[in-house]
Design a protein around this ligand. Structure first.
Ligand code: GAP
Length: 542
């Protein structure tokens, strides 16, 4: 059967990422390390642009949000208070034959004939085991296949030349108890804590055990009072942070989508509890009272409106960096899907080639976190609100996004194949990464028409140096000009500037100090003055 188209597309994207230096497998020369990735020159620029855009929109362009950069390793009690040591786990199952580990919720239901065995004896010696085992065969497979797998299982338990005991057959439907790869029975689901442990100090004892943070959020909660005092902010206000997070994912997959080391961009936005708003303004505005498109923060907003407001803000931000609304899905979690601390959560999903999956979660967390830290640390987390004349523990709205997931979404969204003429005018397939200029790794490439004409080369370097203080510029003189354009199309560089003989004034004074500016997507070229380049390009990339 032919591979689905989406798999082919992902293969092309993964291959382009490696070839063009967006993403490499970590530790590749040693065979790689599952769930860890490195970003090459273009990937590093892309990630930096994502983080800069987010930081700018979340804090620098707002009055009511300030930043924090906390340590990755924090006091281990934090993770007890937050619930991570007890509840931050996924259910896992192991294949009884290969020991391969799976997340229980990722096992596809299967139907077929299950062969059950009560044990095995060793031919010749009579040695026996009573370990039970079972194999699921898809329809049409001969019983011998099940017996072969079962014999391997008993051989691993030191029964050489096993004779299988008590074979029994049963039809099963939609079972998740078997390894989809080989039909072997899986273990019962067991919880597996996702936090990566480490030891602080020279002694590896339980007192020195600590964790690489699994989210950046907790540092914000434990520092909220210090930040509040230092910044002289007033509730409602927010603290945002960008930083590394680590999760020992059972099954990292879909390229960088589920990694073990990744970066998060999180905002904790602190708001008044509803009873305080009620006392202060006489009423609490609810979601049903207002049209979401006209959301403009008001003193009588309760958590529902603040939550909706942040959902809207975040979707608008994704649009501003090139993910149109039709590539995104707003998923409102159902009551039984909500985390124990959440009153409501909206996931912003992106339509990846491998399925529609989460980019960001926006949760209304109530006062859960601050109350927990108050309890575990013994320090008050209460805030005195002068305007409301009330003391309370603030409630929280949390938009939490992943940098790496977003980088992958932007790469998938940008990948495009179209037709363009080659040097001889023959149409060929062009791979072009249509990044929004705001997040494109390189903003402009500059090309001398010919590399063996020093006047052209010198003038091009002059233009490069003129643009460089304002944006990332790539100078390229190697190969035919068409080839150079193609290379930049693949890198996603939105603009190309070519310096030719007109620029030097050789075709008349009118065209002196003009260049051609090529648009990556339309491939159209227009002539313009060098002096116009900076303002024009800066406007497009801001
Ligand atoms: N503080 C809330 C929190 O951490 P989360 O839904 O577990 O919530 C937030 O994570 C975001 O972090 C996700 O929407 C995703 O973008 C990113 N993320 C989580 N786990 C990830 C992983 N294993 N690999 C890459 N990104 C991940």
């Amino acid at each position: 059967m032919a591979e689905p188209k989406t798999t082919e597309l992902m293969e092309k994207i993964v291959s382009l990422c490696k070839r063009r230096g967006f993403i490499f497998q970590s530790s590749e020369i040693y065979g790689g390390l599952n769930g860890f990735w490195d970003y090459g020159p273009l990937g590093a620029e892309l990630k930096r642009n994502i983080k800069d855009c987010w930081w700018r929109s979340m804090t620098q362009l707002r009055e009511d949000v300030v930043g924090l950069e906390a340590s990755i390793i924090m006091h281990p009690r934090i993770w007890e208070a937050s619930g991570h040591t007890s509840t931050f786990s996924d259910l896992m199952v192991d294949c009884l034959l290969t020991k391969k580990r799976f997340r229980a919720d990722q096992i596809e239901p299967q139907s077929g004939t299950a062969y059950f065995y009560t044990g095995a004896t060793e031919d010749g010696t009579g040695k026996e085991t009573k370990d039970v085992f079972s194999v699921l065969l898809p329809p049409g497979k001969p019983p011998e296949s099940a017996r072969k797998v079962a014999k391997q299982f008993y051989q691993q338990r030191s029964i050489n030349n096993p004779t299988l005991l008590g074979e029994r057959v049963e039809q099963v439907k939609d079972s998740t108890k078997y390894n989809p790869e080989n039909g072997s029975l899986l273990t019962e689901p067991r919880p597996f804590n996702l936090m990566l442990e480490t030891y602080v100090g020279p002694v590896q004892s339980s007192e020195n055990k600590s964790y690489l943070r699994p989210e950046t959020a907790q540092a914000i909660f434990v520092q909220y009072k210090s930040v509040l005092e230092a910044s002289r902010q007033k509730v409602p206000f927010g603290i945002c942070q960008i930083g590394k997070a680590f999760r020992n994912e059972i099954n990292p997959r879909n390229f960088t989508f589920r990694s073990r080391e990744f970066e998060q961009m999180e905002l904790e936005f602190f708001i008044r509890p509803e009873e305080v708003i009620q006392k202060m303004t006489g009423s609490v505005a609810k979601l049903s009272d207002s049209q979401p498109s006209t959301l403009n923060p008001q003193p009588n907003w309760g958590w529902e409106l603040w939550h909706k407001y942040w959902v809207e803000e975040r979707v608008k931000w994704y649009e501003s960096i090139g993910l149109s609304r039709d590539t995104l899905v707003e998923y409102w979690q159902k009551k039984d899907e909500l985390a124990h601390y959440a009153k409501a959560t909206v996931d912003i999903l992106f339509k990846f080639p491998f399925g529609t999956q989460e980019l960001e979660g926006i949760a209304a967390r109530g006062d859960f976190d601050l109350t927990q830290h108050q309890k575990f640390s013994g320090k008050s987390m209460e805030y005195f609100d002068e305007e409301a004349k009330a003391k309370y523990v603030p409630h929280v709205i949390e938009p939490s996004a992943g940098v790496d997931r977003l980088a992958l979404a932007l790469i998938c969204n940008a990948y495009c194949e179209d037709q363009a003429p080659d040097e001889k005018g023959k149409m060929e397939t062009r791979v072009v990464m249509k990044f929004h200029p705001r997040i494109a790794p390189l903003k402009v490439a500059v090309f001398p028409l010919l590399k063996n004409k020093p006047e052209l080369v010198n003038k091009t370097k002059e233009v490069r140096d003129l643009l460089r203080p304002h944006m990332t510029v790539f100078y390229d003189e190697a190969g035919a000009i068409g080839r150079r354009y193609r290379r930049q199309d693949e890198a996603g560089t939105p603009f190309g500037v070519t310096i030719d003989f007109e620029t030097l004034g050789e075709k008349g004074p009118d065209l002196k100090d003009t260049v051609t500016l090529r648009d990556r997507d339309s491939m159209k070229q227009e002539r313009m003055k060098i002096s116009e380049l900076v303002p024009l390009l800066v406007e497009k990339i801001r």
